[in-house]
Design a protein around this ligand. Structure first.
Ligand SMILES: [Zn+2]
Length: 403
């Protein structure tokens, strides 16, 4: 039997305007207090039935700072992939708790997403202007939007497996009254399923898939959805698109981190190199042409080392003669890794391919590097990080000597 305490009960009316209920409610003899907001099962609900985003953002920030403290800002030698795991495991469940039963507006999701992006940028030590898709591709993580979709679908699937339960009957009833109430749970579910090209709610309610089967279907659909969006973004948006074309979207990008970070072990040296590489591939490393672009061509884009050509990514990595000695040494090491083990002819690559191998060899895993295994690609990536880091050191040294 359930006992309801009069003292601890409160009434909250969520309808506004003419639907507002003036009625006084009593329990036993006693009238129950009316309130504007109340907390039930850890979720704060208010009269307007709006999500309290400020409270959520505060929870997210407080949780991550409490867990990592200064580790979030300073380089403490923790790999971003580890940090991301901490975020997903300990912060996200608190941050997004219970939102599947509330109605999140686009603006709410935008705010929640903004904080996650900010935290990810800090994990990766990348500047503000880094494209958000690049953050997700590098870390192998899901946008807030999808985490919320996932939670709602999980609730829906749980209910659809409860035969004869009142919750399932409510959903069947919502399905029957159809599209009249756009904010009904079933209509919101319908939109989500449609977005990821999944079966419609009616099909699932009638014939709910097993947990294991559903997990596979959903993960696959989510990965296909984001791969497509990110691929388009990498090709079209962003002012630094000329660099981003080198960044390869991995298979299952929302759960699979990029090769750059897979190649980094959890120590400061590796992390520093991978960080530098991330900056290079996201186009946030300050080359002379980048500076020129930002200054609206007030500053010249000509290479300050050799003064012979514009310093873009290709000039820096492949052409600049002032960096030739370091380049030769590192390049031999790098290209020797791309050869077939046990000899064979020395591979000859086009310039564009060499640049791609340095920037992100995983792109060529289906073409010129198809003879290599995933582990070999990680070795090449490690060497390419050495390459880029040595080049950067030499570039800084030359600049310093000049002045
Ligand atoms: Zn140069």
């Amino acid at each position: 039997m359930v006992k309801i305490n009069q003292e601890k009960s409160e009434v909250l009316c969520q309808s506004e305007g003419k639907n507002y209920q003036q009625k006084a409610y009593t329990l036993g003899e006693k009238q129950i207090n009316r309130v504007d907001k109340l907390k039930h099962l850890g979720i704060t609900r208010n009269v307007k039935s709006k999500v309290n985003t400020d409270e959520r953002l505060k929870t997210g920030r407080q949780t991550i700072y409490a867990l990592l403290g200064s580790g979030l800002h300073a380089r403490t030698g923790m790999c971003p992939l580890v940090l991301c795991k901490i975020w997903k495991t300990y912060v996200v469940p608190r941050y997004l708790y219970g939102l599947e039963v509330q109605i999140c507006t686009k603006a709410d999701i935008y705010e929640l997403e903004k904080l996650q992006r900010k935290i990810f940028r800090q994990f990766l030590s990348l500047p503000e202007r880094t494209a958000s898709s690049a953050l997700y591709i590098l870390l192998g993580a899901e946008p807030v939007e999808t985490i919320l979709d996932r939670n709602m679908l999980s609730l829906f699937l749980t209910i659809s497996r409860l035969d004869n339960a009142i919750e399932k009957k409510i959903l069947q009833w919502e399905l029957e009254i159809g599209k009249d109430f756009t904010e009904s749970f079933i209509n919101r579910i319908d939109k989500i399923l449609n977005k990821y090209s999944l079966p419609n709610p009616k099909e699932i309610l009638e014939n709910p898939p097993s947990k294991y089967k559903w997990k596979n279907i959903l993960n696959k659909a989510i990965n296909i959805y984001w791969s497509k969006i990110w691929k388009e973004e990498c090709l079209t948006k962003s002012m630094v698109k000329c660099y981003r074309k080198y960044l390869t979207i991995q298979e299952n990008p929302t759960e699979n981190p990029h090769n750059i970070w897979k190649a980094a072990r959890n120590n400061q040296n590796d992390i520093r190199k991978a960080e530098f590489k991330s900056r290079l591939i996201t186009g946030t490393y300050m080359l002379q042409t980048t500076k020129a672009k930002f200054s609206k061509n007030q500053i010249s884009g000509i290479c300050e080392l050799c003064t012979k050509a514009e310093e873009d990514i290709k000039h820096f990595l492949l052409d600049c003669e002032s960096l030739e000695s370091v380049r030769l040494k590192q390049m031999n090491k790098l290209l020797s890794l791309t050869e077939l083990k046990g000899g064979g002819d020395k591979a000859i690559y086009k310039e564009e391919d060499v640049l791609q191998i340095i920037m992100d060899c995983s792109k060529l895993s289906t073409t010129s590097l198809s003879h290599l295994k995933a582990n070999d690609l990680i070795e090449i990536e490690k060497q390419s990080q050495n390459f880029c880091h040595q080049m950067h050191k030499e570039r800084t040294k030359c600049k310093h000597d000049d002045t």
